[in-house]
Design a protein around this ligand. Structure first.
Ligand code: SAH
Length: 441
């Protein structure tokens, strides 16, 4: 039996609604909404007060405040995912997505010598749906993973979402950590008995052999925006509109700002977005992987250093003006994978970005879909599986907008972890699944 048939053979189906909503993947520019559509939210009040006292703020500061301000941030106190929320993501659409990612981690664990233990670290786990599907595969393939000591580490800033993750992933009540000195703010055990801990910052996750996962995480990190002008690069700032009270507008900084240092000297675009926080996280991941091994799998919408203005908002599955009613809508910008690659500073090898459609096909999505369809005779379930497949794979839907990108140790590509084949003078590493065809059967 192939691994794609074995995974999930015990409990095949995870219930997903049939979604007709918008995924976060289109462009929108701000500034055209009439003022009467601009309710004065607590966040808008907070920001106008801040701008009045210290002057216009950068787009990065705006995004950070609006999304993750500990008291009023969009991500902090709500569940924005799914049909009743503001946007939908691949794991919420189809169980197959998480199952194939689960197989990717096991395949890399095997290819790198079956370490006695590994940490699975997820950045921004949303509702915990993706991890739930991955862990179901780990359970189904327990005979492969036997004797491997696995632990789960979640990096999440949202109190509300961390509670939902705990409900999804654990059976018992999760303990809120009382120890003020500990970076772990919640702790429990998953339904399959794996220890799970919650952190606010990647820096606090133990520096052990780990597999890292970030799905639709990098796109919510704050970006600085710059416009090329006859006087050189000028940063885009956010100010109060002098004509309309309680309305924000974009302005250009009158002179150079410090974040300009992030723009490449040979940049040819006339508008760029840079995300220093993404750079810091990639440097941390690269450093960890180069020292302890493991791998990072990053999936998001984005480009390879070619796009310009991608900053946009989503509310109730509709595009939303980013400056209107801040705190009530999601804000996002496409991930610049060329920047992530640069920030790895050669410490690790990078693969991709490749299109979601290609990655999932290489991982065997067609075989997996067939296995699930063959085992289901319920029409609504079959329809859900087929619709989910179409959303994930169709080039006009998520198939081409979303990309996969991986960081792996250099030696993974040169086969140092592999047993020598008696007939070969050099070890031959197996291809990295997803970026080449899944070799493991
Ligand atoms: N990966 C999930 C959710 C994506 S939404 C999915 O694909 O369904 C973005 C997630 O990142 C949310 O869980 C949000 O609370 C979290 N998040 C946003 N900014 C963060 C930050 N600075 N640090 C950690 N988590 C963050």
């Amino acid at each position: 039996m192939s691994v794609l048939a074995a995974a999930g053979a015990g409990r095949l189906y995870a219930v997903r609604a049939v979604f007709t909503c918008l995924w976060r993947g289109k462009y929108f520019s701000s500034g055209n909404e009439p003022a009467e559509n601009n309710p004065v939210t607590p966040m808008l009040r907070h920001l106008t007060y801040k701008i009045k006292s210290t002057g216009p703020i950068t787009v990065a500061e705006y995004m950070k405040e609006v999304l993750t301000n500990p008291a009023k941030g969009y991500y902090v106190n709500r569940d924005m995912l799914g049909e009743k929320g503001d946007f939908i993501t691949s794991p919420e659409i189809s169980q197959i997505f998480g199952e194939l990612l689960g197989i990717w981690f096991i395949s890399e664990w095997i290819a790198t010598g079956k370490n006695a233990a590994f940490q699975l670290v997820e950045l921004g786990p949303g509702r915990g749906t993706l991890l739930g599907d991955i862990l179901r595969v780990f359970s189904q393939l327990a005979s492969v993973l036997k004797n491997c000591d696995i632990s789960i580490h979640l990096v999440e800033v949202s109190q509300k979402l961390s509670e939902i993750q705990a409900l999804t992933l654990t059976e018992e009540k999760v303990l809120l950590e009382q120890n003020a000195g500990s970076p772990v703010y919640m702790k429990g055990v998953t339904k399959s008995g794996i220890p799970i801990s919650w952190y606010r910052d990647l820096q606090d996750v133990p520096k052990e052999y780990s597999f890292y996962l970030a799905h639709e995480f990098f796109d919510v990190l704050p970006v600085h925006k710059f416009q090329k002008t006859p006087h050189g690069w000028r940063e885009v700032l956010i100010d109060i509109d002098p004509q309309v009270s309680d309305k924000l507008r974009f302005v250009l900084a009158p002179c150079a700002t410090p974040a300009e240092a992030f723009i490449q000297c040979d940049e040819t675009r006339d508008h760029v977005e840079v995300c220093p926080d993404a750079g810091v996280i990639i440097q941390e991941l690269s450093q960890r992987i180069s020292v302890t091994g493991g791998a990072a799998l990053i999936a998001d919408y984005g480009h390879d250093g070619t796009k310009t203005d991608t900053f946009r908002g989503f509310c109730g599955h509709r595009l939303h003006d980013v400056l209107i009613a801040p705190g009530t809508a999601d804000l996002t910008a496409d991930v610049d994978f060329s920047y992530l690659r640069r920030m790895s500073q050669g410490k690790v090898a990078s693969l991709g970005p490749i299109k979601q459609q290609t990655f999932l096909r290489n991982m065997g999505i067609d075989v997996r879909l067939k296995v699930l369809l063959d085992k289901s005779d319920e029409p609504s379930l079959r329809q859900q599986l087929l619709q989910g497949y179409d959303m994930l794979m169709n080039p006009t839907k998520m198939g081409e907008r979303f990309n996969f990108f991986a960081l792996i140790p250099h030696q993974r590509l040169h086969g140092r972890n592999h047993q020598m084949n008696a007939c070969q003078s050099k070890p031959s590493p197996s291809p990295v699944a997803g970026f080449g065809e899944l070799a493991w059967r």
